[in-house]
Structures are given as structure tokens and as C-alpha cells.
Design a protein around this ligand. Structure first.
Ligand code: ADP
Ligand code: MG
Length: 723
């Protein structure tokens, strides 16, 4: 539906009747300065130069930049924009923008709308307050934004304000990355170089570029906004820090893929409409496992675009929710004991002809390419499981990973039975001396054209091959997918180079034989990372330990993988992150962990002292009075033993809550004196977190005991069963 504001059901019926609805394809991307708009509005020469700049990383001259700026400005003014903003992704994980009006004074107290090439190409926000992990001290706090031409400019509407947003990178005066996008772009380039070299080695011709492709499946919860604002834990930390599970949760499995309630589908419709206008290919929507949990998944796109689009998706979901009086929760574990939300990151590679390199083919040559790329990914994960784990390490995701609905902290790879068997045969040398004809016949049966439908499914694996792509399932729902994908791109680039060197070193004319010999020895080495069983079991944890796979359960431990010699060398070799940049990121992630936990501690304290304990004390008084008045009425023989028991229990719980809360505050205060960030995070994690969990046990028992009318917080059952 086009250009209508928030509509009620009645208005919508009216519009349907009036046939004012238009199909999505007619307005898809209308609020982006996409290739179609560029073609229409730029002179041929400027258009070509821009395409060269995008596709071949050629520099744009100042004159062309001015021409493009003028065209974008005119387009944006027609859309109602008054301002432009460099839109960037600082280390906070959310997006940032600083708006400037298009106006310039032009004499006679008048203004004129202007936009110059240099304003399009570069900006200098005084963005000194973003986390930099020590890269910038305030006296040299300048940060620059620079236009990322590979992601189209777009129109952002917020209430009645309309702004032209220009996707940019954010770097320091000295050129260090201060954002999430710069390393991603660098990793995309590294991956392309290594993959193109590998394809050339394998005999491919005319391949110039290889793209990482991404499809992030975004999970989220929706609750009524009125409940949201009654819970300071939800408002301030994004999750319920206290709260007992409802009598009915997800055990009946009646929510998953169930029919979508009207209020929710109206919401989804409005979200998608906004996304379509912004050129985000929102494709799939459904109910998820937990009550009030849902998923939206886009059609996959090139990595850079997919990352920007996922940020837009998250922003749009939150903004549209408000209009429906809903709150959209992106936290990884908003409700304890109920499934949490992840963001399955589907990842693959495609060459510049659009061929998916992880698609098993029907010819021997395609299959060799497929197997080499497959093994390169598996090897990358095996060698760098610790770095991948670190890329998803956040305070919030710690609540989810390793709980009973999410993959554990052990990063293993699922390939499915068929592929596992094929690899086992290669390892045994069955195809070591294969001729072309035999390569298809891998000794199992012929390697079929695996399609998504006939590959097995394993929902418990953190890193699963699903027919023609890998699915990294440990990513958190609120997280930017930028760093996890940058890590994937970089480690696969490294693995590909390694395999290419090995193949070349065989120095033989028979390429196929060289490839199979290399794969054979690699499979032997990397196979401990392969696991097709149930990743949620205790047995797997033990087995993984025997295989030597890392199992870093908490963020402070997991993050250390970013500051090892291996990590420094890897990211430096591929120009993705320098040692200084990587170190600064480690500090930023640690600081974030500490702040997240401290906010929760304060919030928990407020809830306990100003809400829960007063409610329990009031209930205690009610019980005490009841006991006294009953005895007065019926004499001392009156049986009030239940009330007495409840009273005692209430008092006990109040005392426990009060004293644990005090212990927590003391420990946090002691931790505040620790100057080493790593030690501080570790102390909070090992000394404070378990106490918070313990405290919750008490509050949750109390919640069920105290009179419902007196309980000051909306309960799970109220929030989770939206009508
Ligand atoms: P499921 O929930 O069964 O895993 P979905 O349809 O919800 O499947 O999500 C699959 C995701 O994988 C989609 O976002 C889709 O675009 C993405 N995807 C499919 N093929 C590729 C690919 N080649 N590269 C990256 N992502 C892909
Ligand atoms: Mg899905």
C-alpha cells in the first residue's frame, strides 16, 4: 500500500474497496537512490563513473561527485527531505546519524537548497563520545565519515521529519576504523581476492569478484506497550530480570508456525511496507517457538547491503511497534525459561555471475569447486572456532547460548550424513586417484545435486551446512551481524589461501589429483570439528572436550580470543583490523559487558527495594492482620496454620532478597575499584552473576505467593499471550 500513514482496520477496508492498494513490485525501493534512480537521474558519464567506483573501487573525481550530489539532493527534495545525514555504525552496535539542513544562505536574507560533492563524500561529525576503546583521546577526537557507495542512500521518515541518509564508514583522523562497517568492507575485499585466486587455480575463467552473501533470520518478541512501560527492567535492560515462568509456556508447541493473530499480522504488514520502500527484500514471516515470538527473514543479499539492511530492519521493527502500541524486544533472552531470540546468519559465496560456490553441482568440475570451498569453510571454523565464538560474545547472548534452546558455546560444524560420508571416503583415499568420471561417483553413490530440501536438518548445531549455504546460529538477535560476518569472511579467506598454497605445492599437472590429495590430508586434520548429533546434550560437551574443541561459556573468557597472536596476525594479514584496532575492540566489548551488567544490578536493586519488597511487606501485613482478626473472632483455637506458614515464608523471602541484594551491591562496589577491565568483567561474571540468578529464584517464588492484585509488575502470562 502506498503513501498512507498508519491506518486503522476500517480505513484499510475502505482502501481495499477503493482499489488503492498497489503491488509491492511497484513501490519496492522507491525510497532509495538505487541503480534505477541513478540511471534515471545521472548523466551517462557520471553514472558510468559511479558504477566504476562501486564495482572496481575506482576513485570518484570532485566534479562527478558534485554532479551526483546535485542529483541525489533533487531526488531527496522531491521525497520531502529537508536534511541529509551521514548514516554510520559506531561501536555501540546501533546506527548513528547527524542531520544537516540542505539550506545555504544566498543573500537578501534568503536560503537555497544546496548539496555539494564534498558533503556527500566526506563528513566530520564531532563524534568524540562514541566508544573507541582508547584509539582516540579527546584532544584528537576527530572522526570522519566517508561515503560507502556500495550501499544506496535512502530516505528516513520519522514522524513528519524526512531525512536523506547516506551510508558511510566512520574512521579516525589517523585512519583507524571506529565503526562496524570498515572491517566488514575490508573483509569482503579479502574474501573476494582469495576466492578469485582459488577459482583461477581450479581453472575458472573470467571471474573478477566473489561476494559474501548473507541472509539473517531475525527473531523477536512483541508485547503490549502498556506492560512494557510498567517494567523498568524491560525499559532499561531489554529483559525481565525477575519474573516467574507462566503455567503454560511453549510446551504444547502451538505457537510455532501457527496462524498469525490479526494484531500481529497488521504489525508485520506495516513493517514490511516500510522495508519494501527502503528496498529491503523482507521475504519470510512466521510465529516462532515461544509465545509472542516471531521471525522475519529477508532474501539474501551481498554482505554489505545485508548488514545495512538488518540494521534498518531492527530500527523499523522498533519504530513501527510503537504505532501499534507494541514493544518489539530484540534482547537475546527477554524471558527466563522461555526460548530466547537469535539471528541465524546464513552465509555463502557467490561469483560475479551469481553462481553460489557452496552449491554442489552436477558436473565433476563443479563438484571439485564445491568440495574445496566446503573444506575451506570447515577448516576456517576448526582453526578459528575461538574467534567465531568471540564474535557473538555479549552479556545478553550469554543468557541464551548453551541454554536449552540455543547452540552451546562449542562451535562445531554440521554437514549431514551424506556429506560426512563423502568426506570420510575422500579421507580413506577412495577417490585419491580419481579420473573425472569417477569424481562424481564418490563411492557413496553419485554426489547428487543437493538441494535445501533433501539435506538433513539439525537445529542444534551452531554452524550447520544447509544444502547450499552455512547457517551460523550462535549470533544474538540484537547484535549487528557485521563483526560475525567479517570474521567469517576473513577466516575463510585465510583458509582458501592456505589450501591454494598446498595445492600449488603438489606441483603436478593433474590438478584433480592434487586437489584430492590436499583435501584428504585436510579432512584428517579438521574432522574433530564435525558433529552431526544433538549439540544440546551433556555427552557432546564431554566428547567435544576430548576432541580439544574450545568451550568458552562466558563473554569475559570468550573475548580473550581477540587478543591472541593468532588473531592479531590473521586480521592484520588480511588488512581487516590492525593490532591496535583489534585491541580497542576487545576493550569496547569488555566495557559493554561491564556496563550491561551494572545497569542490570542497579535495576534489580530498584525493583527489589522499591517494588517487590514493599508489595511483599504489604502482603505480610495483610496476612498478619488476618491471623490476628481471625483469632479475635474465633478465639485462640482458630486454625490459621496455612496463613501462619505463608506469613513465615513471605518474611523469609523478604529477608533473603534483601540480604542477597545487599551482597550484590557490595560485590559490585568492590569490583568498581578494579582498574583492569578484563579482571573486572571476570569478577562480575563469576561473583555477581550467580548471585543475581539466586536472587531471582527468591523473587520468583515470592511472585507466586503474593496476592496478584498487590504484585507490582506485569507477569509473564499477561505479557506473553497477546490478544
Ligand atoms: P530456515 O528457517 O528454514 O533456515 P528461512 O527461509 O527462514 O529458512 O531462512 C533462510 C535464510 O537463508 C533466508 O534469509 C535466505 O535468504 C538465506 N539464504 C538462502 N540462500 C542463501 C545464500 N546463498 N547465501 C546467504 N543466505 C542465503
Ligand atoms: Mg527461519
Amino acid at each position: 500500500m502506498k503513501k498512507t500513514k498508519q491506518t486503522t482496520a476500517a480505513e484499510r477496508d475502505y482502501l481495499i474497496e477503493k482499489e488503492k492498494f498497489v503491488s509491492v513490485s511497484q513501490y519496492f525501493g522507491e525510497d532509495t537512490f538505487n541503480r534505477k534512480a541513478m540511471k534515471e537521474r545521472l548523466p551517462e558519464d557520471a553514472f558510468q563513473k559511479l558504477m566504476n567506483a562501486i564495482n572496481e573501487e575506482k576513485k570518484l573525481d570532485a566534479k562527478t561527485a558534485d554532479i551526483i550530489a546535485e542529483a541525489i539532493k533533487n531526488w531527496a527534495l522531491e521525497k520531502g527531505a529537508t536534511h541529509f545525514a551521514h548514516w554510520f555504525q559506531p561501536m555501540t552496535g546501533i546506527t548513528a546519524e547527524k542531520h544537516d539542513a540542505f539550506i545555504e544562505p544566498c543573500g537578501d536574507d534568503q536560503v537555497i537548497e544546496k548539496f555539494f560533492g564534498k558533503q556527500l563524500v566526506q563528513g566530520e561529525p564531532d563524534a568524540s563520545s562514541f566508544p573507541s576503546g582508547g584509539i582516540r583521546s579527546t584532544f584528537e577526537a576527530r572522526g570522519y565519515t566517508a561515503w560507502d557507495m556500495s550501499s544506496p542512500a535512502f530516505i528516513k521518515r520519522n514522524g513528519i521529519s524526512t531525512t536523506l541518509c547516506i551510508p558511510t564508514v566512520f574512521i579516525s583522523y589517523t585512519g583507524e576504523a571506529l565503526d562496524k562497517k570498515t572491517p566488514l568492507l575490508r573483509s569482503i575485499r579479502a574474501l573476494s581476492n582469495s576466492a578469485v585466486n582459488m577459482l583461477k587455480l581450479l581453472g575458472a575463467k573470467n571471474i573478477k569478484k566473489v561476494h559474501a552473501t548473507l541472509g539473517p533470520e531475525q527473531e523477536y518478541f512483541l508485547i503490549d506497550m502498556d506492560y512494557f512501560f510498567k517494567r523498568q527492567d524491560l525499559v532499561l535492560s531489554g529483559r525481565t530480570i525477575v519474573g516467574a515462568p507462566p503455567a503454560k509456556g511453549q510446551e504444547l508447541e502451538d505457537q510455532y508456525f501457527g496462524s498469525i493473530k490479526e494484531r500481529i499480522s497488521s504489525y508485520m504488514h506495516d513493517v514490511e511496507e516500510e522495508l519494501f520502500k527502503l528496498g529491503v527484500p523482507a521475504k519470510t514471516r512466521h510465529n516462532e517457538v515461544a509465545p509472542s515470538q516471531f521471525e522475519i527473514a529477508p532474501a539474501f543479499e551481498e554482505a554489505n547491503l545485508a548488514v545495512d539492511h538488518n540494521q534498518i530492519v531492527m530500527d523499523t521493527m522498533k519504530a513501527v511497534a510503537k504505532k501499534h502500541n507494541l514493544a518489539c524486544l530484540l534482547h537475546e533472552k527477554p524471558f527466563a525459561k522461555i526460548n530466547g531470540s537469535g539471528k541465524h546468519l546464513n552465509w555463502s559465496l557467490a561469483d560475479n555471475n551469481g553462481n553460489n560456490l557452496l552449491n554442489p553441482g552436477s558436473t565433476p568440475h563443479e563438484n571439485i569447486t564445491f568440495l574445496v570451498f566446503l573444506i575451506a569453510v570447515v577448516r576456517a571454523v576448526y582453526k578459528n572456532a575461538d574467534i567465531l565464538r568471540a564474535s557473538v560474545a555479549t552479556y545478553a547472548n550469554d543468557h541464551r547460548l548453551g541454554a536449552n534452546e540455543a547452540p552451546p558455546a562449542i562451535i562445531s560444524v554440521f554437514l549431514g550424513e551424506q556429506l560426512t560420508e563423502i568426506l570420510a571416503n575422500i579421507e580413506k583415499g577412495i577417490v585419491a586417484k580419481a579420473t573425472n568420471a569417477e569424481i562424481i561417483d564418490l563411492g557413496v553413490s553419485s554426489l547428487p545435486i543437493l538441494s535445501k530440501d533433501n539435506s538433513d536438518r539439525n537445529r542444534t548445531s551452531p554452524f550447520a551446512f544447509t544444502g547450499n549455504k552455512f547457517e551460523f546460529r550462535a549470533v544474538g538477535s540484537s547484535q549487528s551481524i557485521s563483526f560475525p560476518s567479517a570474521v567469517l569472511n576473513t577466516i575463510v579467506a585465510e583458509s582458501m589461501d592456505y589450501l591454494a598454497e598446498k595445492i600449488k605445492a603438489k606441483n603436478t599437472k593433474n590438478l584433480n589429483q592434487a586437489v584430492f590429495e590436499v583435501l584428504k590430508s585436510e579432512i584428517k586434520e579438521i574432522k574433530p570439528v564435525l558433529f552431526n548429533g544433538d549439540n544440546y546434550t551433556k555427552e557432546w560437551e564431554i566428547e567435544a572436550g576430548k576432541r580439544g574443541l574450545p568451550n568458552y561459556k562466558t563473554t569475559p573468557i570468550a573475548l580473550k580470543a581477540l587478543i591472541t597472536g593468532k588473531a592479531f596476525n590473521l586480521f592484520e594479514k588480511y588488512n581487516v583490523l590492525s593490532k591496535v584496532e583489534l585491541q580497542s575492540r576487545y576493550i569496547i566489548y569488555l566495557e559493554k559487558y561491564i556496563k550491561d551488567m551494572e545497569i542490570e544490578v542497579k535495576c534489580l536493586n530498584n525493583i527489589c527495594l522499591s517494588q517487590i519488597i514493599p508489595a511483599a511487606v504489604a502482603y505480610q501485613e495483610t496476612l498478619a492482620k488476618t491471623i490476628i482478626t481471625t483469632k479475635e473472632a474465633l478465639g485462640s483455637a482458630a486454625i490459621v496454620s496455612s496463613e501462619v506458614e505463608m506469613l513465615k515464608k513471605t518474611i523469609d523471602l523478604i529477608n533473603s532478597i534483601y540480604s542477597i541484594n545487599k551482597e550484590i551491591l557490595d560485590k559490585v562496589e568492590a569490583a568498581a575499584a578494579i582498574h583492569d577491565e578484563a579482571k573486572k568483567a571476570d569478577t562480575l561474571c563469576t561473583k555477581v552473576k550467580p548471585k543475581m540468578d539466586k536472587l531471582r529464584e527468591y523473587t520468583d517464588v515470592l511472585e507466586v505467593l503474593v496476592d496478584d492484585d498487590m504484585w507490582p509488575l506485569p507477569k509473564f502470562w499477561e505479557m506473553l499471550f497477546i490478544s
